[in-house]
Design a protein. Structure first.
Length: 117
């Protein structure tokens, strides 16, 4: 393992590592190799030292040491269409595609048919 003060944020294999929730970390690190996981462990220990994060990283490192292979995914970010700002379904809302404006009737007006009499 390298010196704990030598890992800088710019050298991390996941650019937004500091902002990832623990629940998403396990998925993002599956494509990393043992050296990259070790880099994240070193950084985590020197900075936030969060126990749940250390546990996730150590568990994945153990899997790799036991023969697991990194997945083919991209740990650096979202799917290209999401990173570019596109919607996952490809649908966008615009004035041409939005529904009609609805003005609900005022309450307390005697001519309001939805109001009980």
């Amino acid at each position: 393992m390298s010196d704990e003060t030598s890992v800088e944020r710019d050298a991390l294999p996941i650019p937004d590592y500091d902002h990832l929730p623990v629940t998403g970390l396990g998925h993002r690190i599956r494509s990393l190799g043992a050296d990259q996981i070790d880099t994240l462990l070193t950084y985590e220990r020197a900075h936030a030292d969060r126990l749940p994060v250390l546990q996730v990283l150590q568990a994945r490192l153990g899997e790799l040491e036991d023969g697991a292979e990194p997945s083919g995914g991209d740990a650096a970010g979202l799917a290209p269409e999401l990173a570019a700002g596109g919607a996952p379904g490809g649908s966008t809302v615009s004035p041409q595609t939005q529904g009609p404006t609805i003005n609900p009737p005022s309450h307390g007006v005697p001519t309001n048919p939805a109001q009980p009499r």
